[in-house]
Design a protein around this ligand. Sequence first.
Ligand code: HEC
Ligand code: HEC
Ligand code: HEC
Ligand code: HEC
Ligand code: HEC
Length: 494
Amino acid sequence: MTSRKSLALKLVTLVTFAALASMAQAASAASAVFDVNRDFYPYYPSLLKWDRSVLEFTPPSVCQGCHEKQYQEWSGSVHQLAFQDPVYQGELNKAVKAVGHEISRQCEGCHTPAGVATGEVKGSGNAGLSEMALAGVSCDICHSVSGVTHWQTPSHEPENGSFILAPGAETKDGPRFVKRGPFKPGEDCGGGFHDCVQSPLHLQADLCASCHQVYHYDAHFPLEATYLEWKHGPYAQRDILCQDCHMVDTSTFMAAADGFTKPQRQQYRHYFNGANYLLSYLAAGAATKAGNQEQAKLLMKQYAMAVDRLKSAAAVEITPVYRKGALSELQVRVKNLRAGHNLPTSLTNVRQMWLEIVATDDAGRTLLSSGQVGADGSLPADARLFNSDGMGDNFHFAVDPWVVTSFSRHDTIPPKGYKDVHYGVPPLKGVRKLNIEAKLRYRQADQKVAEALLKAVPKDIDLEKIYGLKGVPPLPVVDMAVRHVVVPSRQGPR
Ligand code: HEC
Ligand code: HEC
Ligand code: HEC
Ligand code: HEC
Ligand code: HEC
């Protein structure tokens, strides 16, 4: 019979072993809260899984042979550019230098999943890579997704590429390509080249979730949370998915956003158009320089669509506030009209959306101003930005995704929500009325941040040769919404 004392001793030893084991684990993961099963996730810090078959991935030019329409739509998209994107390549290069090669798997797991699965892509740069690796988020990524592992991830949420890729399968006739799509396959689906499997996942936002929830590679902090912003908002509740706004043209997206109206089956397109007009613009310049006018046209179409999308996303309202009859404040309300997630979303600590306001008197003198971009592209310290500030472990401001482990400030606008900004009006002597113009403005990044990223591109990407860029010109700004009002300086009947 075991005495009480020896049982207690055994328990103590067990506890000690458990503590040691968990300490050993803590050395590899940032926190025991986010335990990582490395056997389950062999590409960690990317959480992608490759259901390896004898058949490898198929590059998009092969799919193009039978699916020209989808190819043309996808071809100018940000998904096609996801790996070659010079801004991405600059940041990736910095990441590898700062953290080491391991981290590039995390990034590439979303920016070129096939390149990671096959082991072909090992860091930054384009030199010598296959068409499949260069093609970024291509046909054979999405249409080989056989499932997701959202519940098994360290955060138990979709993160860092938590999908399973299965480009082929063993059948009684030997190995066959299998492509998964939304429909019940017809008789000759696949034209003899591939089998077809109907996949409900392709009609869900979960397909997009694995890549549109970006977590810190070790701390599992959600750096980009587009999917969860959407899921916790009104569009998810009404079954309006990512696809319903980003896989349709502009007017169809607006109808989906305004009336929670599901697009018709035949209205879906492979545009994957978002807000990144800068990338489309840079790539169009490169296509023109390479003499590929067709591609340049597709890219400029994407550019125009992204600008239109931004211009339809928000509204600005101005309300004068009077105290004792005198104008004392301007309340500017910014509404997120049509973004299915927060506005802005994704890289909220890099993207810039801000208010510019100017108030002048009858003689045209400026009485109040805020948010004007300087000649060097900088924003004044008092500009009212809607975004977030990244913070590293030492509670200091940080931008790079391998440093940022939380946000010290997170100020974006929820779907169908709004934020108010108040501007104090100086005493108005002898002024009858104020002319006020408020603009909601947007650009991809702060001028200095963009310059630093583009300067960091690997050597084999020559910005001047490929993109015709000698330096980094002032980043283009899009006015998402503009409101002009005239308000009297005193309240009351006249
Ligand atoms: C979970 C998937 C995922 C992972 C992991 C990931 N990214 Fe991204 N990345 C995205 C998505 C989605 C966007 C687009 C967001 C947007 O447009 O706001 C993006 C955008 C970017 C951009 C902006 C590109 C531009 O043209 O403005 C950069 C730079 C970038 N990623 C770098 C990285 C680096 C470096 C890593 C690794 C440390 C990384 N990403 C890891 C999904 C991912
Ligand atoms: C980011 C993921 C993604 C990528 C990349 C992608 N597709 Fe799709 N594809 C989808 C989704 C989602 C649907 C379902 C759309 C819907 O609701 O009808 C779809 C539908 C389809 C269909 C069914 C018919 C249709 O157009 O709806 C075909 C065929 C197809 N895709 C081929 C391709 C080809 C070829 C490429 C590359 C040029 C490609 N896809 C790239 C996600 C993707
Ligand atoms: C030899 C011609 C051929 C090639 C090559 C080809 N497909 Fe198809 N595919 C078809 C045909 C035919 C259909 C059925 C009609 C349709 O939907 O266009 C089909 C259907 C599909 C569908 C729709 C499945 C559904 O939901 O019903 C998807 C998705 C798809 N193909 C993806 C791809 C991808 C990805 C590639 C490249 C890796 C590819 N196909 C290459 C001929 C081809
Ligand atoms: C394999 C990972 C992956 C999947 C799956 C994926 N995306 Fe993306 N997506 C990315 C990456 C990476 C980028 C950013 C590339 C860059 O900026 O360099 C991106 C960019 C985008 C953009 C453009 C953002 C902008 O700034 O303009 C949109 C819109 C988008 N994705 C929508 C979708 C939708 C809708 C789905 C699901 C049908 C989806 N994505 C599935 C990885 C993915
Ligand atoms: C109701 C329409 C709607 C839905 C639903 C929607 N979006 Fe968007 N999305 C927009 C609009 C409008 C913008 C442009 C404004 C902005 O950047 O937020 C946008 C922008 C984006 C961007 C670009 C952000 C950037 O900074 O460049 C990405 C990436 C994106 N959406 C992905 C998604 C994903 C993933 C989903 C599903 C989880 C989704 N969207 C659902 C309307 C929608």
